[in-house]
Write a new protein. Structure first.
Length: 159
């Protein structure tokens, strides 16, 4: 069974989001071993300067890069990433799983990811041009991964 690692900045705070993550973790257990790695976001002032943001992203990057499993295909979730349809995403997952690759998804802070993390990634992925709450995004990505596995198996879940 493949492993899917989610590296995220910050902890989930809201119970309904924790419940949703727990539900998708249960659903995904048929298809992959899911590991959630939560990294504390670096504290910044209320209105950080660009320099303060860059320094925080760099410090977060050091921790993120150490947490990436060596045998993974890495997806960096970022605004400049390529958008895919659910079917295209499912086909990419299928290709990776069939080649024996484990998966790693990196979700940065609300300020994004440092360039070093993006360089380490095998691909940059965007789910939408819209902006979503950072904490909700984790649930959305889990749902898309679950949808991808359901598409791969030919289920009616995806319509």
């Amino acid at each position: 069974m493949i492993k899917a690692t989610f590296i995220t900045l910050g902890k989930l705070k809201e119970k309904y989001l924790k419940d949703a993550v727990q539900e998708y973790t249960k659903r995904l257990s048929r298809y992959c071993q899911l590991e959630m790695v939560e990294i504390p976001a670096v504290s910044m002032s209320e209105n950080p300067s660009q320099k303060e943001i860059e320094a925080a992203l760099s410090r977060e990057s050091d921790v993120i890069l150490k947490k990436i499993p060596s045998d993974c295909f890495v997806f960096a979730l970022c605004v400049e990433g390529k958008q895919r349809s659910s079917e295209e995403f499912a086909n990419e997952i299928k290709r990776l799983v069939n080649s024996g690759k484990n998966l790693c998804f990196i979700i940065g802070s609300s300020y994004g990811l440092d360039e070093e993390v993006k360089k380490r990634a095998n691909t940059r992925l965007s789910l939408s041009e819209m902006t979503f709450p950072h904490q909700l995004f984790r649930v959305m990505l889990l749902e898309q991964l679950y949808r991808g596995f359901k598409i791969i198996e030919g289920s009616t879940y995806h319509k």
